[in-house]
Structures are given as C-alpha cells and as structure tokens.
Design a protein. Structure first.
Length: 179
C-alpha cells in the first residue's frame, strides 16, 4: 500500500568487558563478523566505532520509515512526544560511558529529546517521476531553428563549465615589528 510506513531500523554495537580483563564487541546485526575477544580494549573500541561508521555509510535513510523509538516505546528518551516529521539517521553515543553505539532511524520530533546524538543523515523525499517526453513542451522558436540554450549558458550537464576550485581567503599581512 503506497504511503505505508515500515519499522525504523536500529543497529547497536556494544563493547563488553569480562572478568579476565578482556573485552568483546557485539553487533545487533547477526551477519556482522566481530573480532575475537581481546585484552586490547583500545583497539576493540576503535573497531566498534569504525563498525558503526560502516553501518552509517551503508544505511540509506528511508523516507517511509517509522520512528524507531516508537517501536522501543520511547526508551531512548524520557519525554513523551508525538512521532512526526521526516526520518533522520542518528547516532546515539555517550562518550562518558563509551561502550554502546546505537544507530537508529528516528523522527524529527524525537531526535532532539535524545541525549548524546549526532544526526548522520536525512531521508530524501521520493523522486518524482519525470513526465513522458511527449508531455514536455518544445521550446518556443521558429520551426527548424536551433533549440534555445538553457538558462545559465550551457545546454547539457556535459557542457557545464568546471566548478572553480575553492580557495581559502587570504589573511591580511601583519605589520612587522621593529627590531
């Protein structure tokens, strides 16, 4: 059914310490391969953070996704709110704890209520289908004349000029001190 919502996704990566002073990393996605248990917790923490970044790079925020916190009964935040607005991909990570990273599709209303979040992506509205070629009016002009150029001085993306390289503005020269 068009316009129906799909459940919002969440990914949770957790660094868990053990009694023998070793640690392990787990991911809520069962297909993910994790490194073996190790005493090098700094390396495992770097791996966990990079693993979350990899999930974020691969996840396309779905415009028809329902808020994931609604499915979790707003466990990510205390205040109750109506889930509204477009879908965002947020990372929830408390640096004071530093052992759990949660990536989730959250609505615009709930995202500001969640502590320690970073917005990583926004849902793009679905692309509209272009009208059929017959429905696009031909440019006005005398019959047999060359087509009029598109405003902006180029007629196709291939003919577009190269974008100028961005440069940093120059700092004004400082006056020299007398020695």
């Amino acid at each position: 059914m068009p316009g129906s919502r799909v459940p919002g996704r969440t990914w949770t990566v957790r660094l868990t310490g053990h009694a023998d002073h070793s640690a392990s990393v787990t991911c809520s996605t069962e297909a993910c391969r994790m490194p073996p248990r190790s005493k090098d917790t700094a390396a495992l923490k770097r791996f966990a953070a990079e693993h979350v970044r990899a999930h974020a790079r691969l996840a396309t925020v779905r415009p028809n996704a329902a808020c994931a916190c609604r499915a979790a009964q707003c466990a990510l935040h205390e205040a109750r709110t109506q889930c509204t607005g477009s879908t965002l991909l947020v990372l929830v990570h408390n640096p004071a704890v530093g052992q759990v990273w949660t990536l989730a599709e959250i609505c615009q209303s709930c995202a500001p209520l969640i502590a320690h979040t970073a917005i990583l992506g926004r849902a793009q509205p679905p692309a509209r289908q272009a009208p059929p070629a017959a429905a696009i009016p031909a440019p006005a002009g005398p019959p047999g004349a060359a087509p009029l150029p598109v405003a902006g001085g180029f007629s196709s993306p291939q003919a577009a000029p190269e974008a100028p390289a961005r440069r940093r503005p120059r700092r004004p020269a400082r006056p020299r001190r007398a020695s």
